[in-house]
Design a protein around this ligand. Sequence first.
Ligand SMILES: [Zn+2]
Length: 325
Amino acid sequence: MNTRMIICLLITLPWMVPVCSAVDVVSSASPPPQAPLPAPDSEGTTSTITMGAAKIYLFIEGRPFALSQQELRDWVQRSAEIVLQYYGGFPITESWVAIRGARGSRVMRGQAIGSVGAVINVDVGLAATPEALADDWILVHELIHVAFPSMARRHHWLEEGLSVYVESIARANAGVLSEDAVWTGFLDGMPLGLPRAGDKGLDYTPTWGRTYWGGALFCLLADIGIREQSHGQKTLRDALRAIVAAGYNMTRPGDVRTVLAIGDQATGVTVLLDLYEEMHNQPSPATIDSLWSDLGVAKLDGKIIYDDRAPQATIRRALTRPASQ
Ligand SMILES: [Zn+2]
């Protein structure tokens, strides 16, 4: 049996908004996790975090972390609550998070495995501080993987793009990532997702840029399109919640058109399937210059500036608005 893992390695980029790169691992000998923990290969402590009806089984490796067990546990809970808030509930009833020690002073890398239950492995620097956890995006990114079905390899851009895009939006909505930080990340990152010479569309161009940022661009365009066509009544979040409500998560494979159709049905518009038809097998969109001017956002001398007279300024403000406002 082939098992499929999503591994997200940290790359710190010059603009300080990290993104991750992925490696798909096809293995014929990956052991299943032993409930309630994914067969930890070292000594550690185990506990359970309860999120409503959902349980997260947490393993913390017994290494000399600068962080206390409580700080690590609180970080997992905070990250899970961001995802819970976005999805209106935690997307799976049982999941496993294993924290292992690594050299470094931040969260170093994450990995989500859906073929043997929803299992997240995350390496945390032994020298990491509470500030490093407060800035972390990796665990939220991995938890978002849990909320979407596993897809055929050529649609990997959709799995990663969703995690990249929703991680920023969900953290902004939770009030832990600023509007400026979201747009800095998007303005710097999204151009990396544009097609280059020889591109055959998202399904057939599995480069790093197209997978992560091409996928994230699909999600941003989808979120804007849904908001626009539904006159502000629906968002990408409604589509993703409906996909979870239909019983999909990382442990259940999904056919791309079937899954996107569920999202479209929930929003009452056909943005997801239309955009998929446009972007999956051809080099689209060619440019995103008008996207930024329509939203009314730009970067000038390293500073994010906003134009509230832009045609989609209302949508731009709504995207990052904290739920508490
Ligand atoms: Zn990922």
